[in-house]
Design a protein around this ligand. Structure first.
Ligand code: FAD
Length: 563
C-alpha cells in the first residue's frame, strides 16, 4: 500500500503548510469537518521536528491521564494557576486558558481519528513543580509504541530520526529513564531485557514498531491517509497571496515552478520555527548562536515568519527558543537531558565557576548560559566536568556506561581528558585554582546533600533523572575519581519559539492588533503560548496539536470573510 497520488488543484477550502505536528493535526481536523484540504510540505518527509522528538505531550486532563488516574480534582484550575504563575502576562490569559480548557478535547479528537494511543509517563514531573499549581507526578503523556505497517511505502517518508537506539530497539521515555541508570538499579537491566525481547518478537512477527515522536507523526499521517487528504511533498511555501487585505492562498514552488494555490476559507501555517536559518538566528536570538546546535528539523527555516511579516503580521518571542544545553558531537548536536541531572557532574563557565543548578529544566538552564554570557564572562562554550566514576555508572550522550568516548570526540575538542583537575583546567583554558575551588565546594555539598549555591536536587524535576542509590541527595555526588573529563556545552535548541502572534482561535494578528483575515498559525510557526518558559515534558507538541486543531475548527466554523 502507498498513499494515493493527487494532482495539485488550483484551489482548496484550506491550505495547510507543513506536515509536522501542528500542520497534520490541522489538516486532519479540517478534513474531518468536511473541508477540501491540501497539505503542502517543503521536505520529502512527513513529521518534521515532531517525528524527531521524544513524543511527550503536556495537555492537562487528557484521556491518557484520566485512564492512569492522574487527573487530580481541580487539576485544570491548578494547571491554570501554574500557567498564570510561570507564563503570566507574557501571553494573554485567554490564550493560555483556551489551551488548557480545549486541550483534552483535541486529544479526544485524535483518539477518534488516528491509531496512536497515549499513556502517562510516570512521575515525569512538571518542569517547575514547586510553583503554585505545578505537579510533581507530572502531566505528560507519550505514545504507546505502534506497528506502522499500515503506512506501507509511505513509511519511507517518515522524517529521519534525531538519534537511533542501538539495534533499532524501541525505547519509550519511561524506559529511557530506567536504562539511563545503567546497572545502578535492577530496573535498568530488567527494562533493557524487556526492550530486547520486544524487539525480537517484533522481528519474528514482521512488525515495524515505532515510539516517541515517530509514533505521533505516523499516527497523524495514517489519519490523513484514511481521510484521503493530499500531501504534496517538496512543495515549499514561498509567499502568501493577499487579496483586499485577506489571505486568499499560498505561493509555492513545485518541480522548479511557482504555483499559486487558492485557499477559499483559510491558510494554516504549521511550518515550524526558524532554527535552521542562520541569518534569522543572528538577527533575533541571543549570541553566539549556530544552527548546527539545533536538533530541530533541517527544513525549518522560518518560511511562515517571513511570509507572515510580509503580510503585515505581528510577531512575538523571537529572541527565545526551546533551548537546551547541548553537546556539539561530531555527528550532530546532542540535547543534554539526563546527563545534567545525574550525580557526579557539574557545569562551569570559562572562569571555572558553576553558574546554575545544572539540573534545571532545559529552557531555564540555557537562559542561565546566555545570562552568564551577558556578564562578559564567556559561558559559550561551558564545560561539563565529570569523573571516571560517573562515566562508569551512567549512559552518556548515547554511550553505554564504561564505553570509552570515541576518538573523534577528542579530536574535534568535544571532550577533553586529563589525570588531574589542574591538567584538565589547563586543557580547556580555565583557571586551575578556580576550578579546583569550585570542585572542593561542590564536593562538600555532595557530602552534606545540600547545594547551598544553586539548590540542585531539591526540585522534584531534578530528581526525575537522578540516581536513587546516591544519598543524601540523588542529584549530587563528589567528583574525585580520575581521570577527569570536560565535555563541551553550547546553547542549543529543539526549535525556536518565537513566531507570528495569534489569538486564542489561532488567528494571526496584525501589527495593529487586528485579525489578519484568512491566516492562522500553530506550533513553532506561532509565538509560543508558553511565553518564555516550558511547563513540562510535552509543552511544545501539546500546543502544536491543540492550536492546529483549533485553527482548523475555526476555519470550519467561520469563512475567512466572516472573521
Ligand atoms: C530531539 C527533539 C526532541 C523533542 N522532544 C519533545 C518532546 O518530547 N515533547 C515536546 O513537546 N516537544 C519536543 N520537541 C520539540 C517539538 O518536537 C517541536 O517543538 C514541535 O514538534 C514543533 O511542531 P511544529 O508542528 O510546529 O513543527 P514541525 O513538527 O517541525 O513541522 C514543521 C513542518 O513544516 C515543514 N516546513 C518548513 N518550511 C516549510 C515551507 N516553506 N513550506 C512547507 N512546509 C514547510 C517542515 O519541513 C516540517 O515538516 C523535541 C524536538 C526535538 C528536535
Amino acid at each position: 500500500m502507498s498513499a494515493p497520488q493527487h494532482d495539485l488543484k488550483d484551489a482548496y477550502d484550506v491550505v495547510v503548510v507543513g506536515a509536522g505536528g501542528a500542520g497534520m493535526a490541522a489538516a486532519l481536523t479540517a478534513a474531518a469537518h468536511g473541508l477540501d484540504v491540501a497539505l503542502i510540505e517543503k521536505s520529502a518527509y512527513f513529521g518534521g521536528s515532531t517525528a524527531r522528538s521524544g513524543g511527550g505531550v503536556w495537555i492537562p486532563g487528557n484521556y491518557a491521564l484520566q485512564d492512569a488516574r492522574q487527573v487530580d480534582p481541580g487539576d485544570l484550575e491548578a494547571a491554570e494557576t501554574y500557567l498564570d504563575t510561570i507564563v503570566g502576562d507574557r501571553v494573554p490569559k485567554a490564550r493560555r486558558d483556551t489551551y488548557l480548557h480545549r486541550g483534552a478535547e483535541a486529544m479526544d479528537f485524535l483518539k477518534q481519528h488516528i491509531p496512536t494511543r497515549f499513556t502517562w509517563v510516570p512521575d515525569y514531573s512538571d518542569y517547575l513543580p514547586e510553583q503554585p499549581g505545578g505537579r510533581a507526578a507530572g502531566r505528560s503523556v507519550e505514545p504507546i509504541p505502534l506497528d506502522a505497517r499500515f503506512l506501507g511505502e509511505e513509511l519511507d517518508r517518515l522524517h529521519p530520526p534525531y538519534t537511533k537506539a542501538p539495534a533499532n530497539l524501541i525505547v519509550t521515555q519511561a524506559s529511557f529513564r530506567k536504562i539511563s541508570l545503567g546497572l545502578r538499579t535492577l530496573r535498568g537491566p530488567i527494562t533493557m531485557i524487556k526492550v530486547m525481547v520486544a524487539r525480537m518478537v517484533s522481528l519474528m512477527l514482521g512488525r515495524k514498531m515505532y515510539a516517541m515522536g515517530n509514533a505521533i507523526a505516523i499516527g497523524l499521517r495514517k489519519g490523513l491517509m484514511d481521510l484521503d487528504v493530499p500531501v504534496f511533498y517538496e512543495t515549499p511555501l514561498t509567499d502568501l497571496e493577499i487579496t483586499d487585505g485577506s489571505v486568499t492562498g499560498v505561493v509555492v514552488e513545485r518541480n522548479g515552478q511557482r504555483h499559486t494555490i487558492g485557499a477559499r476559507r483559510g491558510v494554516i501555517l504549521g511550518s515550524g520555527g526558524f532554527e535552521h536559518n542562520q541569518t534569522l538566528r543572528e538577527k533575533f536570538l541571543p549570541q553566539p548562536t549556530d544552527e548546527n546546535w539545533s536538533t530541530g528539523a533541517a527544513s525549518n527555516t522560518g518560511a511562515a515568519l517571513e511570509a507572515g511579516i510580509a503580510a503585515g503580521a505581528a510577531t512575538d518571542l523571537l529572541d527565545d527558543a526551546w533551548w537546551g544545553p547541548t553537546i556539539p558531537l561530531p555527528r550532530g548536536p546532542w540535547f543534554c537531558l539526563a546527563e545534567r541531572n545525574l550525580p557526579g557532574s557539574i557545569i562551569v563557565n570559562s572562569a571555572g565557576q558553576r553558574f546554575m543548578n545544572e539540573a534545571l529544566p532545559y529552557v531555564e538552564a540555557t537562559h542561565a548560559i546566555y545570562d552568564g554570557e551577558a556578564t562578559g564572562i564567556s559561558h559559550v562554550p561551558a564545560w561539563m566536568i565529570i569523573d571516571q566514576r560517573y562515566r562508569n555508572r551512567y549512559l552518556f550522550a548515547g554511550l553505554s556506561p564504561r564505553q570509552p568516548f570515541p576518538g573523534r570526540w577528542y579530536k574535534e575538542g568535544t571532550v577533553v581528558k586529563a589525570g588531574s583537575i589542574a591538567d584538565l583546567a589547563a586543557k580547556i583554558d580555565v583557571p586551575a585554582d578556580a576550578l579546583q575551588a569550585t570542585l572542593k565546594r561542590f564536593n562538600g555539598f555532595a557530602k552534606s546533600g545540600i547545594d547551598e549555591d544553586f539548590h540542585r536536587g531539591e526540585s522534584a524535576y531534578d530528581k526525575y533523572y537522578s540516581d536513587p542509590r546516591v544519598k543524601p541527595n540523588p542529584s549530587l555526588h563528589v567528583i574525585d575519581q580520575g581521570p577527569f573529563y570536560a565535555v563541551k556545552i553550547v546553547p542549543g535548541d529543539l526549535g525556536t519559539k518565537g513566531g507570528l502572534l495569534t489569538d486564542e482561535r489561532a488567528r494571526v494578528l496584525t501589527t495593529s492588533g487586528e485579525v489578519l483575515p484568512g491566516l492562522y498559525a500553530a506550533g513553532n510557526a506561532s509565538a509560543a503560548v508558553m511565553g518564555n518558559t516550558y511547563p513540562g515534558p510535552g509543552g511544545t507538541i501539546g500546543p502544536a496539536i491543540v492550536f492546529g486543531y483549533l485553527a482548523a475548527l475555526d476555519v470550519a466554523q467561520n469563512s475567512a470573510g466572516a472573521n
